[in-house]
Design a protein around this ligand. Sequence first.
Ligand code: MEV
Length: 312
Amino acid sequence: MAENIGYGKVILFGEHYVVYGLSGIAGAMEHYVKAKIEKGEGKGFTLIDNRPETPGYKEKKREEIYKAIELMIKFLNIDLEKNPIKIILDGTLVCTSGNGSSSAMSTAIARALSGYFDLGMDDDKINEVSYEGEKASAGTPSGIDNTCATFGGLLIFRKNMEGGPNFIEKITVKEPIEIVIANTGITQSTKEVVADLRKAKESEPEKYERIFREYDQVFEEGKKALGDHDLKKLGELFDKNQDLLRESTISCDEIETIVRVAKDNGALGAKLTGTGRGGNVIALTPGKDLQDKVAEAIEKEGFMTTKTRIGV
Ligand code: MEV
């Protein structure tokens, strides 16, 4: 038997734009997926998925979940005809679009496979395997989610568009910052949203060149604001990033409602995080009192929230 975990994530800046080689900032959540592997029966693998979920998530993602496991097993050349396994998933991360549930699962399984089959994989190898699994859900993933799931912490990420190692830089903040993560309740397909944006970018290249340029500025200022612990500025930049995502057609009514409620109740900034068109929103709410107030107001509108901190 072997078991291990992978972390969920929040993207502070750069979802979607990172797919095109722009820089992003993301942090691992304290919540995780746990994978346990034990001897199975017959051939191949069986899966028992006990993870908590946004209603309907596991059913909607069923094909992608199985595909991710198959891709990783193929990549590792593991022969399950002779060595059948049973994979049991659970953990504290509520499966939702936007919180890195798929890559947290892939990383947890990659680590558990390494333990069960005695593969001795280091974190770089685990990350590589998890990226293979991520292809099932994101199509052409940037790699930001599996990188957070594997390494944890807060980091700057830039995909290497030439195919070499990605740029990853761990960053620290002066002190942890309270945030509220709100769930629209909508499970979205990352693959489809990424593909839609690609089409939009191809049909309106000039518009997206401008958006990408403006985003680059947001990223640079965001990195500085985090370093300076300038939370007011950081919040403004969340809002600017959200403006660009809205213009890129990645937002939706539920996201906009949550953003408005968060801002009306004092959040310094709020934006969608991850896939968009559903999934999660992140609101910057430094201090326990503000965090409680914003979370309560969002819950009153009928959305589930998680109170957590970045830079822990
Ligand atoms: C999904 O969590 C993040 C996206 O940018 C896709 C990716 O980076 O692979 C939408």
